[in-house]
Ligand binder design. Structure first.
Ligand SMILES: Nc1ncnc2c1ncn2[C@@H]1O[C@H](COP(=O)(O)OP(=O)(O)O)[C@@H](O)[C@H]1O
Ligand SMILES: [Mg+2]
Length: 378
């Protein structure tokens, strides 16, 4: 058993809402969340990131500059967290930095996934060893490179007697099936989480998200639009599968809306919510028919209208937050904690992927290691 240690996880998902930084203590088979902060992206940088992630073309100069600037922001977030918790950096064994996804394309002929935020800068500025670039080794082993959180879900949330599903609702939504018997866990991206609702809300109301889902709740879903949105081959694909906002983005939405003109803005939002809830519930019904409990994490847990809809669709299976169970974790920090945990896996030389989830040919140690100092004494 490795010694107990403190680890930091840094996560910014496809929502680009902020950098989440979580300090966890890992030891004796347990992961304890000690402190967490979120660090907002500077507005101008966020705009450049969104533009980079949504366009096919960019200059190498822009990509390089953003990699550099993101590295500084991730370091800044880590240092803010260190400051808040009052720990000496020397006591923190590593930072697991996911990076900012710019493009995720797990399909042939040349599958790739790109996360930026130079880990060299994070190591240099914080003086803490950094583990980063988690996804590409899984991809090199034939996997999707995503989702990677299921191994952590399994370590933290598997129940001896209950079949659980962990549902992470970020920009994209993913589920992890955790069978009670301890059989192989499985999981995949179900499709859009908050991303399309966020996009529509930003476009029509100038706000980053529909607080609580209140706006959607005032509208009425249009059945035909919901059907049209659901008519995408991604939903029929069997796992392993993963996706991103470069696919489920503005162009995709505009194509669907074009065929359904004349709906009010709030009815469109209600339709997007209904579609999101139904693709998630269908994924659970089809691939986790024995589920006895669904535990939700990620920012979508704050969209009460979405959770209400989902609860109705998968009733009588209870839908709860990952924070509401014994030994649970605050749903806002599960993903950041997962990358802290994955950093430890890498340093211990333990694989971090689940081939049953990503489709990789075998388990692999994920991430490149950027030592804090000129020795490998991490
Ligand atoms: N109060 C809220 N009401 C509705 N949605 C919310 C609320 N708070 C956060 N969210 C949603 O959660 C998203 C962020 O979730 P997060 O798990 O950080 O996603 P990602 O991993 O893609 O960054 C926001 O973009 C928003 O859609
Ligand atoms: Mg986020």
């Amino acid at each position: 058993m490795a010694p107990d240690g403190y680890y930091i996880g840094l996560m910014s998902g496809t929502s680009m809402d902020s950098i989440d930084a979580a300090l966890v203590e890992i030891g004796a088979g347990k992961t304890r969340l000690l402190q967490a902060i979120s660090h907002s992206w500077p507005q101008a940088l966020e705009a450049r990131l969104r533009s980079l992630a949504s366009s096919e073309a960019c200059t190498l100069r822009e990509l390089g500059e953003l990699d550099h600037l993101c590295g500084h922001e991730f370091a800044h977030a880590a240092l803010k967290l260190v400051d808040a918790c009052g720990l000496d950096t020397g006591r923190i064994r590593a930072i697991g930095s996911h990076g900012q996804t710019i493009h995720h394309h797990p399909r042939p002929p040349a599958p790739f996934t790109l996360q930026i935020g130079d880990p060299n800068i994070i190591a240099e500025k914080t003086g803490i060893t950094v583990v980063a670039d988690f996804r590409r080794r899984d991809m090199a082993a034939g996997g999707q490179g995503a989702p990677l959180v299921p191994a952590f879900h399994q370590a933290v949330f598997q129940h001896p007697a209950k079949n659980r599903v962990i549902l992470n609702i970020g920009g994209i939504a993913n589920i992890t099936m955790l069978p009670a018997s301890g059989q192989h866990s499985t999981g995949f991206d179900t499709g859009p989480g908050n991303c399309l609702m966020d996009l529509w809300c930003a476009r029509k109301r100038g706000r980053p998200y529909d607080n609580n889902g209140d706006w959607a709740a005032r509208g009425n879903p249009d059945d035909e639009l919901v059907r049209a949105l659901s008519d995408d081959s991604y939903f029929q694909l069997p796992p392993p599968k993963s996706t991103g906002t470069e696919y489920f983005g503005g162009e995709w939405l505009d194509r669907k809306l074009k065929a359904h003109p004349g709906l009010s803005d709030e009815d469109v939002q209600a339709s997007l919510l209904a579609f999101t809830a139904s693709t998630i519930s269908q994924a659970i019904e089809r691939w986790a028919p024995a589920a006895e409990e669904v535990l939700v994490c990620g920012g979508g847990v704050h969209n009460q209208a979405l959770l209400n809809k989902l609860s109705r669709l998968i009733s009588p299976i209870p839908v709860r937050s990952t924070g509401d169970i014994a030994g649970g974790l605050d749903p806002d920090w599960v993903e950041a904690a997962a990358f802290a945990w994955l950093a430890r896996q890498a340093l211990e030389g333990i694989p971090g992927n689940l081939p049953s989830v990503t489709g990789a040919q075998h388990p692999v140690i994920l991430g490149g290691i950027y030592p804090a100092r000129n020795n490998n004494n991490y």
